[in-house]
Design a protein around this ligand. Sequence first.
Ligand code: SAH
Length: 273
Amino acid sequence: MSKPTPTEIGDAYDASADLLDQVWGENLHHGYWVDAADDASLRQAGNRLTDRLAGLLAIKPGDRLLDIGCGVGEPAIQLASAHDIDVVGVSISQRQVRRANDRAAAAGLAGRLSFQHGDAMDLPFPDESFDLVWALESLHHMPDRWHVISKAARILRPGGRMAIGDFLLSGAEGTEADAASVDLVRNGVLKLVDIETYQSHLRAAGLVPDDAEDVSDHTRPSWGKAAELFEAARALAEQHIGAAQLNLTISRFHQLSAAPTVGYVLLTAHKPA
Ligand code: SAH
């Protein structure tokens, strides 16, 4: 298996939209748990991860933010509600875009949020047209993260800031080979990089790296919670994706949950003024 193309990823999100909505919820990303005693739900913990990344970004009222890989718009709605900003979101899934626009309208935010279908490998925005770029758990899907980041850096105005939440090759001695027990890493679907590599690509895109927070221990419980949620919704999930695919999905969640080298990082960077 090789990395799916953007079109295949969009089709997969379109096909699983209802299932994800009912089982995973509207945050299509990991949660953040404080410690082992923290019993927050996946939804609460998902909102927290958004807050945590936003906290690193120093958002100002009136900022214009580009959300790369916007899902069904939950992070954008949360950010716009808390910070009084405008958001343009892009997703490769048509169904997500429709749902995100409907959800923004229902939240009374249609004037400030808009979501459009597109491939982030080919972002259709002029240079220096956004104050902020946000990519939460979307870059790992892209055929070339660094290409997307370098184009996004051009789209940022001088002094603008970028926030990224992404999978991480975690641990000082970690190599991708150490993570090879994880199917998705071995078969090339999930490419992991360490923080230094990430930051060197941010620099190559003309950005200055700021924060890099390894939150792996706080996000890792997400895999186990996801496995539990899909197991609990087995009948519904089997209707959508079949028993074989469901069992594979759940076993992959368990693999990921047990792999210390598969981590999660929150990064920020800015474009020199
Ligand atoms: N950031 C959202 C969604 C994360 S799921 C959230 O936190 O809820 C990953 C997202 O990346 C999906 O919206 C998917 O459609 C989008 N995506 C993946 N590949 C893409 C591409 N090539 N172009 C645009 N969006 C892409």
